[in-house]
Design a protein around this ligand. Structure first.
Ligand code: ADP
Length: 474
């Protein structure tokens, strides 16, 4: 753990495992209430000094951290593959994406401009300034163990906030390595603090209820996000919530089915399907269904599953046994209710896969609303196709979910693309585009997918309070 600029152990430890092999790869200090309180105190004490540094100085430190991250890209990626399981190339892509937030917010730190606003009264002037909200509590997930941290810490530091981070218990090693780099980049003592813990509950509770913490930023499940927002509510603490999703992927009759199937493969199986923006319901017009399914099945079947450190592997393990069981249950439920299983559909346990949590990339068609997969987030390598035709209101079907994170549309018709974009109730819409994400673009959802945005100017505003001066002239 890293508290007030010092690396700190604990009398208790917990194990980190490689999900591809089941091997124990490290023991990590197990923090609790005492450590989280120490960390919050350190962040609280460091806040006035950090908030008073110039924006240029903060930008310089973030830029330094960006350079260090790129310099250690390979090492960070290897560590990520061993604790999280994603293939090395994907891990490197994530390190680059994570580093982008440091660069973007280093630049943006210098542009936290205020405003002057004309008043309706002759002798009055209005000035608005933006000030850091204070100590930020951050809780991050295991699926993107590097970028979900920089996406929070970079804007917080740019704004002048101090931070206490609790990373996911499955992937604390990437957080430790990142903090070593932040320390080397010159982040002053107490400005960022790291508490690793096997039991997130007491730590999360303290971050929500300690009045020294002025904002909570969370990425994880809707269930936990709701609990944390409830705990933070009595203090009217600011919260940003990046929660679950159930993305529709709509392929209209005028789309190129091969191109759409290629896109669907890439985004559905991203991180073995363990991303909140992965499509969970793939709506395909019946007129092009056969050619879409043909390409989709071929592409899915040719993906190599294995240990992410091996060359040519594009599908790694699921994170744990529970994830595997959930995927299995959804597939069995769908098949028992009449879905067509076109490939995959089983756990892979041969030879070197025996001790990992591997599931065969799976394609199901003829999915109907009574199946679990139609409503529940899958978070695994299972593509669920729902055929539709002209008589169906596919937009209403796509909107029929409690979630509202990402959605995808394939069409060659500009008017239809625009109309669909406006009618879909989701925070991010990819139009013939499977990657509507970037450090410079606002990421986030509506409905049960969350509150607030990360990345872009909007992501910085989450860490700033608006302060108004009304000035009466003589
Ligand atoms: P997932 O189901 O994807 O693992 P979670 O929402 O359980 O998502 O986990 C995301 C993050 O939230 C992790 O850092 C985890 O430790 C943390 N977390 C889980 N439960 C709680 C809780 N009750 N209080 C605070 N944090 C929690």
């Amino acid at each position: 753990m890293f508290i007030n600029g010092k690396w700190q152990g604990s009398t208790h430890h917990f194990a980190v495992h490689n999900p591809a092999t089941g091997e124990k790869i490290a023991m990590v200090p197990d923090g609790g209430e005492m450590e989280i309180k120490q960390a919050i105190n350190a962040a609280h004490t460091a806040f006035p000094g950090w908030a008073a540094t110039t924006n240029h100085k903060r930008a310089q430190i973030l830029y330094q951290a960006y350079e260090l991250m790129l310099k250690h890209r390979r090492q960070l990626a290897e560590l990520m593959t061993s604790e999280q399981g994603k293939p090395l190339r994907a891990a490197e892509t994530e390190v680059n994406y994570g580093a982008d937030f440091l660069l973007w917010f280093a630049e943006e730190a210098k542009r936290i401009y205020g405003e002057t606003i004309p008043s309706s009264r002759k002798n009055q002037r209005f000035i608005v300034q933006y000030q850091p909200v204070g100590v930020v509590g951050a809780i991050t997930p295991w699926n993107y163990p590097v970028s979900m941290i920089t996406r929070k810490i970079a804007p917080a530091l740019a704004a002048g906030c101090t931070v206490v981070l609790k990373p996911a218990e499955a992937t604390p090693l990437c957080a430790v390595r990142l903090f070593e780099l932040f320390e080397k980049a010159g982040v002053p003592s107490g400005v960022i603090n790291l508490v690793t813990a096997s039991n997130p509950e007491p730590v999360g509770k303290e971050l929500c209820t300690n009045s020294q913490v002025r904002k909570l930023t969370f990425t994880g499940s809707t269930r936990v996000g709701r609990q944390l927002a409830t705990l933070a509510a009595p203090q009217l603490k600011r919260v940003s919530m990046e929660l679950g999703g159930h993305a529709p992927f709509i392929v209209f009759a005028d789309a190129n089915p091969e191109h759409a199937a290629k896109g669907a493969t890439m985004v559905k199986f991203l991180n073995t399907g363990q991303a909140c923006i992965c499509p969970n319901r793939i709506f395909v017009h019946k007129g092009i269904l056969l050619s879409f399914l043909d390409t989709f099945r071929q592409r899915i079947s040719s993906m190599r599953v294995g240990n992410g450190k091996d060359k040519g592997v594009s599908i790694g393990p699921l994170v744990n046994r529970k994830a595997l069981d959930k995927v299995n249950a959804q597939v069995e439920d769908a098949v028992s209710k009449g879905a067509a299983l076109l490939c995959g559909g089983k756990r892979l346990e041969d030879r070197e896969l025996a001790n990992g949590f591997f599931y065969a990339p799976t394609l199901l068609s003829d999915i109907t609303p009574d199946m679990l997969i139609y409503r529940e987030e899958t978070f695994g390598p299972v593509a669920a196709v729902i055929p539709f035709d002209d008589g169906d209101d596919v937009i209403a079907m796509a909107n029929d979910t409690e979630y509202g994170l990402a959605a995808y549309v394939y069409t060659e018709n500009l008017g239809r693309a625009m109309k669909t974009f406006e009618q879909l109730n989701f925070g991010m819409i990819g139009i013939n585009d499977i990657n509507p994400t970037s450090a410079s673009a606002p990421f986030g959802g509506i409905k049960q997918s969350g509150l607030g945005r990360e990345g872009a100017r909007a992501g910085l505003m989450e860490y700033l309070d608006t302060k108004l001066a009304g000035i009466a002239l003589p």
